[in-house]
Ligand binder design. Structure first.
Ligand code: HEC
Ligand code: HEC
Ligand code: HEC
Ligand code: HEC
Ligand code: HEC
Ligand code: HEC
Ligand code: HEC
Ligand code: HEC
Ligand code: HEC
Length: 333
């Protein structure tokens, strides 16, 4: 092997090594699941003591408790069912150390000094500081198994992959409801998706800002096995939940173009009428030759002016059962 070839070979290996490392580095580190699980154990020297023991000594968290017990999740620890499936320690970890030093005397002394007794909350799991994967794992300990069917794809969903956790959308102690009300879902999503706010303000748009429909009418924020987080398997199925008349099948289909609503429409908003990606006639001219007023459309002899609004005549653009004059489907009728 001559020297030149050796130098090239060396350079090649060097470049591959540097590039190789770059790609590996840029891949997000994901820890083995057991390491996340360990983060959720809490202090091993603490014991579980139950909600009553936790809270009866200082009443610091009475409001949180009231709200929690009134919520669907908290109802699971109701006195009546005797099924304490969920209590404070399910999430916060064992609490014995936190109240260790709270004695009736201390509570009295604090009260005399005009303050409320606080527990040692630093002995609990620091939930806010956990990596997002661990935060979600904590919720999924219970929610993967129970009826939350639409969480089955959580881990493959784009939200999980991008470090969004359950906490981002469900504020456990915000009040009685753990679910964002339908009318507030939009603003919750737009906090992170500002581009979409602009899209819904374009001249033609789905009336999301007007609160006639909302993001979760089309998206499943919990993750799907496909791109786009859509609530149905395909875009078409999602759209035809509301626009059923565009579903077909028609005697004269617009080839299989009509299966791809996004070939012509933007989902959120557009500067063009009818949510069109491109205005007419350019929309149609992407795939067709235009024809003119005087020309025979079929022979394409062009005389006269080109049409600007193809759908003035081809008004059944999504498909039709009625043939045109030539007996073909030209979407005229
Ligand atoms: C389903 C899990 C879960 C359960 C059950 C739960 N919590 Fe929490 N709690 C959280 C999470 C998550 C946070 C922190 C997230 C946040 O504040 O945004 C938190 C925060 C808190 C805080 C700090 C609040 C603040 O404003 O910083 C207190 C106090 C608290 N919880 C008390 C309780 C009490 C008391 C109970 C039982 C009645 C309870 N929690 C049950 C998940 C839970
Ligand atoms: C110890 C088990 C357990 C843990 C941990 C848990 N949940 Fe729950 N959760 C339940 C049960 C049980 C219900 C009530 C039954 C149901 O709706 O499936 C519930 C209900 C809910 C609901 C529905 C409330 C409604 O009004 O329909 C939401 C939202 C929820 N949990 C979110 C969370 C989040 C977010 C976390 C993590 C911070 C979490 N849960 C952790 C057991 C748990
Ligand atoms: C991007 C925001 C977002 C994230 C992240 C998120 N949720 Fe939700 N979740 C919602 C919305 C919005 C609803 C209301 C349901 C609806 O409108 O379809 C909901 C509903 C629920 C419900 C009750 C209804 C049902 O579908 O059974 C449960 C339980 C729940 N979420 C648990 C979780 C858990 C557990 C996680 C984390 C693994 C999580 N969510 C992450 C937005 C989110
Ligand atoms: C805490 C921030 C946050 C919140 C809240 C949030 N998202 Fe996301 N979302 C993200 C991130 C990060 C991505 C990853 C891609 C990106 O940067 O756009 C994403 C991606 C998406 C995608 C793109 C899917 C794809 O395959 O390209 C959709 C759709 C989406 N989110 C819908 C929603 C909806 C609907 C809500 C409200 C229920 C919501 N998001 C709330 C952060 C958030
Ligand atoms: C009428 C149905 C519909 C509504 C309502 C809707 N979306 Fe979408 N969204 C879609 C479709 C369809 C796509 C494109 C999916 C694809 O091409 O695979 C999409 C794509 C997205 C994407 C990916 C990036 C992009 O723009 O292509 C994000 C992020 C997103 N939507 C967020 C939101 C948010 C946030 C809301 C509410 C404020 C919302 N969507 C409301 C149908 C909808
Ligand atoms: C949850 C119901 C719902 C879903 C799903 C839905 N739409 Fe709509 N769509 C509406 C409503 C409501 C309007 C407004 C009708 C009105 O103002 O009279 C609308 C209007 C439209 C318009 C006319 C806009 C204009 O400027 O006049 C088009 C085009 C459209 N939708 C296409 C789609 C496409 C493509 C999809 C799939 C990505 C889709 N829609 C999914 C409810 C829905
Ligand atoms: C080949 C391009 C094209 C495709 C593909 C397409 N559309 Fe359209 N769509 C149009 C045009 C052009 C208009 C405006 C019609 C007019 O001006 O008469 C329109 C109008 C609409 C309207 C509003 C007016 C009305 O007739 O109600 C809805 C809703 C709509 N389309 C839904 C859909 C859905 C759902 C799909 C997918 C199944 C789809 N479109 C696929 C071109 C297309
Ligand atoms: C994404 C490409 C695409 C777009 C955009 C598109 N079409 Fe088509 N169109 C097709 C295909 C493919 C066929 C089937 C052609 C064939 O069978 O020879 C077709 C068929 C037709 C036919 C019937 C032609 C025949 O030979 O029977 C008419 C008429 C038509 N389109 C009009 C329109 C109009 C008007 C628009 C704009 C609103 C439009 N198309 C937008 C791809 C498209
Ligand atoms: C004034 C009414 C009218 C307008 C406007 C119009 N067309 Fe047509 N088009 C027709 C008629 C009529 C036929 C032939 C119908 C038949 O075969 O019976 C036709 C046929 C077609 C065909 C199928 C024959 C061929 O040439 O391959 C296509 C594709 C087509 N038009 C596309 C367009 C496009 C793109 C536009 C907008 C630039 C447009 N048309 C505007 C009336 C119109």
């Amino acid at each position: 092997m001559n020297t030149l070839r050796k130098i090239f070979l060396f350079l090649f290996i060097l470049i591959m090594a540097v590039y190789g490392c770059e790609t590996i580095k840029s891949v997000k580190q994901i820890m083995p699941i057991k390491e996340y699980e360990q983060l959720l154990l809490g202090r091993l020297d603490a014991n579980y003591i139950g909600t009553n023991n936790c809270l009866s000594s200082c009443h610091y968290h009475d409001k949180i408790r009231r709200d929690f017990e009134a919520s669907t999740m908290g109802a699971q620890m109701s006195e009546k069912t005797h099924l304490p499936l969920v209590n404070c320690e399910s999430c916060h970890g064992p609490g014995s150390l936190a109240i260790e030093e709270i004695t009736p005397e201390k509570v009295e002394k604090d009260a005399a000094a005009g303050k409320q007794t606080a527990c040692k909350n630093e002995t609990f799991i620091n939930l806010k500081a956990l990596p997002p994967q661990a935060q979600s794992l904590m919720c999924l300990k219970c929610h993967a198994e129970n009826a939350s069917f639409n969480l089955h794809n959580w881990n493959t969903g784009i939200h999980a992959v991008n470090d969004v956790s359950c906490y981002n959308c469900h504020n456990i102690h915000a009040g009685v409801s753990l679910i964002t009300k339908r009318k507030d879902v939009r603003d919750m999503c737009l906090k992170c998706h500002q581009t979409q706010a602009a899209e819904f303000s374009l001249p033609s748009h789905h009336p999301v800002m007007e609160k006639k429909l909302t993001c979760t009418d089309c998206h499943n924020p919990h993750g799907t096995s496909k791109e786009g987080l859509l609530i149905e398997d395909t875009v078409k199925e999602t759209c035809t939940r509301c626009h059923g008349e565009k579903e077909g099948p028609y005697a004269f289909e617009h080839a299989d173009v009509n299966d791809e609503c996004m070939a012509c429409h933007s989902p959120h908003g557009s500067v063009n009428n009818n949510l069109l990606k491109v205005s007419e006639p350019f929309l149609c001219l992407q795939c067709h030759h235009g024809h003119t007023t005087t020309s025979d459309a079929v022979t394409k002899k062009s005389k006269g002016a080109y049409y600007t609004r193809c759908t003035d005549c081809h008004s059944q653009i999504h498909g039709t059962d009625i043939p045109s004059a030539s007996g073909k489907g030209r979407f005229i009728n």
